[in-house]
Design a protein around this ligand. Structure first.
Ligand SMILES: Nc1nc2c(ncn2[C@@H]2O[C@H](COP(=O)(O)OP(=O)(O)OP(=O)(O)O)[C@@H](O)[C@H]2O)c(=O)[nH]1
Ligand SMILES: [Mg+2]
Length: 377
């Protein structure tokens, strides 16, 4: 099979574009040589930690318009250069902690973030906290944004916090690749703790796990929730399990759930475990309503960060993630090119039908489309 054809065949299902793909094809050097005033204005604002600039910059990277995409590339290139400079000057202390937060609908992710975020962004701890919340249901109902605003009422008023619900349209299960770029922008604006909240709905947890340093699974007490997490393989992704709602009548069930998780995790190969980084997933119990356990939850995350920095794991993992994202962008671009090709489009419906009917194998179907692509005029 031709190499490109093979590459296309190997593109995982999870990366298929589901709508117009925001792509930027200009090279960083070309982009940076022509910094326009709009980009400069945003860059200055972001680096000064201005929230309006951060919000506008994220909107820019999410834009699908070609001219905006070029501006976004220019902006991100300058942001990266600034990050490198900070890293040289301040060393590892300049690195934020990127925390993925996932869990079934209603497990209490938003309430947990409101509680932990407020704990971190108070006068004493003085952290700057960004929450990028992604909710696939917002595409249909449009209601979750409002919901999150009320659930994170305190945090959204805190000047040290930035909350950004991501639009999920045109993206895999609500996780846009631009979320990875939004993380960079938040860091450039001085946010040293960046949360990415996603509803546990299959593939998107894997995508989020690939853009964060530490992955937290939130579970509610009892209800067979733990089994669900096991079934979906999510437990293999997590570094920390937070048993939420450990208050009132739910406290005994929360204790049981905690010990169930401790036992279950003993049999799993942890996501971040190596000889130099011997992290074993921890299970903590909290109440996001009373705030109990937040200190423990944060000290566990800090312990992870300390160990990950000390061992070099954090930087090594980020390097690997960057490579992964580069190839994902290439995959997406090739997919886009291929799927939008008129010759492929002419054959697509009939070939899909034949594969659906079982008269053509998936591989034979792919070959039909690839031949159409290579023979096109
Ligand atoms: N008793 C108790 N209730 C909680 C706690 N945390 C969250 N809740 C309640 O659980 C419900 C769901 O909380 P959310 O924070 O919206 O859950 P979520 O996981 O963000 O939900 P989705 O974003 O819809 O997936 C709300 O009614 C909360 O008030 C807790 O620690 N204790
Ligand atoms: Mg939520």
């Amino acid at each position: 099979m031709h190499r490109l054809a093979r590459a296309l065949w190997l593109i995982p299902r999870c990366l298929h574009p589901q709508g117009p793909i925001p792509r930027r094809y200009s090279t960083p050097s070309a982009a940076s040589s022509s910094v326009d005033s709009q980009v400069q204005r945003l860059l200055d604002g972001v680096l000064q930690g201005q929230r309006w600039a951060l919000a506008e910059a994220i909107t820019l990277v999410e834009s699908t318009r070609a001219a905006k995409q070029q501006q976004a590339t220019a902006l991100l290139t300058l942001v990266l250069a600034e990050q490198q400079r900070r890293l040289r000057e301040q060393g590892r202390d300049a690195l934020s902690l990127r925390i993925g937060v996932s869990g079934s609908p209603g497990a209490g992710k938003s309430t947990f973030l409101e509680c932990l975020g407020s704990y971190l962004a108070n006068d004493e701890r003085n952290h700057k906290v960004a929450c990028l919340t992604i909710d696939p249901s917002s595409r249909i109902t449009g209601g979750s944004l409002l919901g999150d605003k009320t659930r994170m009422a305190n945090l959204s008023r805190n000047p040290r916090a930035f909350i950004r619900p991501s639009p999920s349209s045109g993206a895999l299960g609500g996780v846009t690749r631009t979320t990875a770029e939004a993380i960079l922008l938040c860091e450039a604006a001085g946010y040293d703790v960046v949360f990415v909240e996603t509803v546990g709905s299959g593939q998107n947890e894997y995508v989020v796990a690939d853009m964060v340093d530490v992955f937290v699974l939130i579970v509610a007490p009892g209800g067979g929730d733990e089994l669900q997490a096991m079934k979906r393989g999510i437990m293999e992704l997590c570094d920390v399990v937070v048993v939420n709602k450990a208050d009132g009548d739910l406290l005994p069930a929360a204790r049981r759930t905690q010990s169930d998780y401790i036992s279950a995790l003993k049999f799993l190969q942890p996501r971040s475990h190596s000889q130099s980084f011997p992290w074993r997933p921890k299970v903590v119990r909290v109440s996001s309503v009373t705030g109990e356990g937040m200190e423990k939850a944060w000290s566990t995350l800090e312990e992870f960060r300390g160990m990950a920095l000390e061992s070099g794991h954090l930087e090594e993992q980020r390097r690997r993630q960057n490579l992964l994202w580069m190839w994902r962008f290439v995959n997406d671009h090739l997919q886009d090119l291929f799927r939008n090709d008129p010759a492929v489009q002419r054959q697509a419906a009939a070939t899909e039908h034949a594969v659906l009917q079982g008269t053509l194998t998936p591989l034979a179907g792919a070959q039909v489309l690839m031949e159409a692509y290579y023979r096109r005029k």
